[in-house]
Design a protein around this ligand. Sequence first.
Ligand code: ATP
Ligand code: MG
Length: 756
Amino acid sequence: AFPPDHPLLRNLNSPQKEAVTHVDGPLLILAGAGSGKTTVITRRIAWLIEEVGVRPASILAMTFTNKAAGEMAERVQRMVHVPAEQLWVSTFHSFCTRILRREGDRTPVGRDFVIFDPSDQRSLVKQVLADLKLPEKQFHPRKVLEVISDFKNRCLLPDEAMEEALDPWTRKVLEAYRGYQNGLRSHKACDFDDLLLHTERLFRDPEVQAAYAERFKYILVDEYQDTNRVQYLLVQHLAKHHLNLCVVGDEDQSIYGWRGADIRNILDFKKDFPGATEIKLEQNYRSTQLILDAASTVIANNTQRLGKTLWTDLGLGERITFKLLDEGRLEAEYVVDHIRQERLRFPNARMAVLYRANWQSRQLEEALRAQNMPYKLVGGVKFYERQEVKDLLAYLRLVCNPFDLVSFRRSVNSPTRGVGATTLARIEAAIPEGGTALQATVALLRSGELKGRAQRELVRYVELFRRAEDEARTLSLSGLVRWVLVESGYVQMLEEEATLEAETRLRNLEEFVSAAAEAESLGLRLAEFLDRVSLASDSDELEEASLLSLMTIHCAKGLEFPVVFMVGMEEDVFPNRNAREADDGLEEERRLFYVAITRAQNKLYLTAARRRRAMGQELLGMPSRFLRELPEEGLESPIRWGTELYRSGQGNFPSQRPSTGGATSVASELGRIRSFFNQVRAPEPPADAAPEAPEPEEPRPAPSGSWPKGTRVLSPRFGRGVITAASGGGDMLTYTIRFPEGEKRIVARFGMLEKE
Ligand code: ATP
Ligand code: MG
């Protein structure tokens, strides 16, 4: 029925053509990576406009990231000439903003609302918690905000969430939620989640719904597998009137479960829209055969999937290279070397280095800088520019140079010490001629001019700098960094927060300690280390144009690169440990691996390190279980497992596992993640909500490898202590430790203990 040589259909295979030219009625395109789903969406928009004569403004296309939305709009505009403002190709959030700007008068927020960013949200929720007299220690602002966000993603306003608030802690959070919503209203403000929530509420009104369904006659959604409840409902409200809904997605690429995305939305599409046309796309145009085979073989281990075929005629292509390096730094250098080599083969090709979590960028960034190789960090902040890293640097700089007023200002209130603008001004006004802000603070403290919390906390703050000099004489560089983290209260602040964000920040700080340990092994002292860091964080102009991108797998969704490096293929890194405990979690990690593999067009490298530092300690990494799932034929050389894996290496592999203390550091991350989830899912009653190391159920005799009695340790929470007993083993290894404030029992892997 369509002209086969139509320019909009050029090169398309027949199911793709069918999808592009499908006009009315529900359409589901469920297909694997690189099969042209996004291509079909863009061509279909062009087709509707050009061939069917649909007004551009009657088409609504939605996706998840600004980058994806931007690319989609651009592709459409290359095919048909449409003014940008007429095209409704956007993210869910910007679509909703546009709607609320028109219709806001019908919602509690009005049309002229401001959009609160995370720091605005935090101040508001703090205010609310204070009004409700809910202590921040048990109701940490960011944690409360995460719970609120979770409710909003599930379309639940405070009253509707009542049924789920079975325990006292959640009931209190609901009160805070109520107060927070009132606060937003009185500020005439929306947070990001509200944009969707209010629009969804607005669309519940039959009149509005009918009007917008009339307006948006054709709706298209990319990456539908990652829609959450509220996004799902938004689409339903409009689409159920005319059923002209086209969704594309891949259940194997659903990677936002942790944010409330519901894979059932795509799996149930045919139930929601009986009689929907379903089109399968089976030809992959992105990757060569061996890469595609690897992806298919890996994902076949998942149970929660429909299963599909994917083939390519791009030829076998090159085998996947797996390289196990002795340590993280060497892994980063290996990657940089090979980027250089691949550059010779693919001079103008975009390349990507992918990793599971943001902290992993540090060594890569350093290795790239050492070689003057420009790179772009996509969707993230450069390691040395991250807030917590800069906070820590401020302390260290001030230790080195007490005259550094900028670092004083930054460190004095992070963590917050109740030092307001007035107090700060008084301190600065009191700086003696040729003196420092610390001296001024001490003088004000002595004169009794500072009161209350600020007074108490500033005493501890100046004490830190007074003692730092002594500590610097006895402690190693990494030890000093860790000491500063603990004494400043920074670690404690993040641990008490127990949010995913705090978890990420802690991980970055651990990575910073590792950087210090590396510098230490090169014989650097604090000042030299800080110089190195300054040089490493010096930003340069070339980056924007760079062909090399560093990003997490989550950021890489929908993108493709001729050459891809996937680093950190180790257990506990990828799959990330807290995920591997639950089947669902493990399947989501495997989907992430599938996404990572399928970004590669021609060449894929996988790398791992035998040893990695965490909190400055050397840890042994076991190669990721996902490596075992790769088909051997697809690999350049077979992976040797077991002891052979280690014997085959060039480096000196330690003959023994390091003390359990080493394992503690890596595991501590998970402990914290877990305690976060425990508190969100099954929150503790307020009385003992402070995150405490969980007690083991049945202590077993301590195995060898634990620290002996009498070992002096440093705990971020309780300070210095001495081990008086140990029980349990492995994951449950528990120490009884005498601290200045009394004896505590601490599960080794939750405790972030360090040997002194
Ligand atoms: P993902 O699941 O990763 O989002 P996708 O299914 O959206 O992938 P696209 O990004 O649309 O896939 O397409 C992958 C690549 O294949 C792109 O480079 C696209 O231009 C190309 N492609 C798609 N269809 C064809 C075709 N019929 N002929 C040639 N190339 C095609
Ligand atoms: Mg796509």
